[in-house]
Design a protein around this ligand. Structure first.
Ligand code: S3P
Length: 442
């Protein structure tokens, strides 16, 4: 346990970079491992989650080396990974576990996946069910939890699957298994989720097409058993990490910051749309493209916010941002309602409960149902002066530490170590802007 304290300090000023996008970093390593030859990755997120993916891929026979700022992946070709001699430990990382299950479903050998207490409590049946149709078999702990032994299919079958939950991880697992199957694998999403797997596969030359159907569903079709060759990849900054300094700058009067090189893929940027609806001053500066992904700088200025209603249809584009949005909502004038957020119950923690308990500890008036959250903001940041449990959840830890940067009394998070899973250097980046976030472990 590493307790961290956040205290109000001067306004936030300056320019920062945030670490590389976590979703894109996982995919660059994984798809690089399935390509023939060398993939060079610049800007890879060097966090615990991504390093868990790198280690697992090494155990499966891919070459992965760091050479200064460049990561080099020597791929084994589609279907060319090898049986690992030990268990693959994915730590806290759901993306590593679920996407690797997809890859392993197309490889004819057994491999056992495990993870920490948080990951071992998360549902895996949503990924295993479609992968069974493709010919893989699974031995899981009760309730479809890790540890799981995957035995891939000798001849994986292409399938057409309509997703039951809006999940980029489930979609990606099916597409990655489909890469090893002959013919066309199709995924239909009723609520489109982040498309980094599709963009990255296209960047590697895989034939993959997406089309919108009437009513807003999206159909993605991939042609499998392609030969793919190593590529150069530049990973943009993670909007899910940028969200923390961004909200801090909105809340602390007089703040004015610029965040460089942030991925602003529309399937990830629902938080920006929502904050702008709340009255935030966020300017998208110099929009451009980086390896097929839209990127921009974000100029953010403090100002007062008003409550907002966020429809469930927007949830996939900001699924990881609700904890920090809840902090903004608690500080806004009036009531905010977040609909259709039941998926938050199966993230690194039950995030709805963690948000509710955390805000209540600071006296915020908040109500939850099974899949919605209502927060009554007072027009000023909550007063602080309490300790919040991070529950092995990086985003809960960071969200409440950001609250502390604007609260009158300090906020303590009982364990800040989960922040290493996605945002190494979080406190240093924030303190460089003028925040005061430090380790208070005796
Ligand atoms: C991710 C997808 C999302 C998100 C997670 C990363 C990805 O999960 O919460 O942090 O990289 O595909 P779901 O697919 O479970 O919604």
């Amino acid at each position: 346990m590493m307790a961290i304290k956040s205290e109000k300090n001067g306004p936030l000023r300056g320019e920062i970079d945030v670490p590389g996008d976590k979703s894109i970093s996982h995919r660059a390593l994984m798809i690089g491992a399935l390509a023939v030859g060398e993939t060079r990755i610049l800007g890879l997120l060097e966090s615990e989650d991504v390093l868990a993916t790198a280690n697992a891929l090494r155990q499966l026979g891919a070459g992965i080396d760091q050479d200064g700022e460049i990561w080099r992946v020597t791929g084994r070709g589609v279907g060319g990974l090898a049986e690992p001699s030990t268990v693959l430990d994915l730590g806290n990382s759901g993306t590593s576990a679920r996407l690797l299950m997809g890859i392993l479903a197309g490889h004819d050998f057994p491999a056992t996946l495990t993870g920490d207490a948080s990951l071992s409590d998360r549902p895996m049946e949503r990924v295993m069910a479609p992968l069974r149709f493709m010919g893989a078999s699974f031995a899981a702990r009760s309730g479809g939890r890790l540890p799981v032994t995957v035995t891939g299919a000798e001849q994986p079958l292409p399938i057409s699957e309509t997703l039951k939950v809006a999940s980029a991880q489930v979609k990606s697992a099916i597409l990655l298994a489909g890469l090893c199957a002959p013919g066309k694998t199709t995924v239909i999403e009723l609520h489109p989720s982040r498309d980094h797997t599709e963009n990255m596969l296209a960047h590697f030359g895989v034939k993959i097409e997406s089309k919108m159907r009437d009513g807003g569903a999206k159909e993605i079709t991939l042609t499998g058993q392609a030969e793919i060759a190593g590529q150069e990849i530049q990973v943009p900054g993670d909007i899910s990490s940028a969200a923390y300094p961004l909200v801090a700058a909105l809340l602390l009067p007089g703040s004015d910051i610029l965040i460089h090189n942030v991925g602003v893929n529309p399937l990830r940027s629902g938080l920006i749309d929502t904050l702008v609806e709340m009255g935030a001053s966020i300017e998208i500066v110099d929009p451009r493209k980086l390896a097929g992904e839209p990127v921009a700088d974000l100029a953010v200025r403090a100002g007062s916010l008003t409550g907002v209603s966020v429809p469930g249809s927007r949830a996939p584009s900001m699924i990881d941002e609700y904890p920090i949005l809840a902090i903004a909502a608690a500080s806004a004038h009036g009531t905010s309602v977040f609909e259709g957020v039941g998926e938050l119950r199966v993230k690194e923690s039950d995030r709805l409960d963690a948000i509710v308990q955390g805000l209540k500890a600071f006296g915020v008036d908040v109500e939850e149902t099974r899949d919605s959250l209502t927060i009554h903001g007072t027009g000023a940041p909550p007063k602080g002066g309490a300790t919040v449990a991070s529950r092995l959840d990086h985003r809960i830890a960071m969200a409440f530490l950001i609250m502390g940067t604007a609260s009158d009394h300090a906020v303590i998070v009982d364990d800040g170590s989960p922040i290493e899973t996605s945002f190494p250097g979080f406190a240093a980046v924030m303190n460089g802007l003028g925040a005061d976030i430090r380790d208070v472990t005796e």
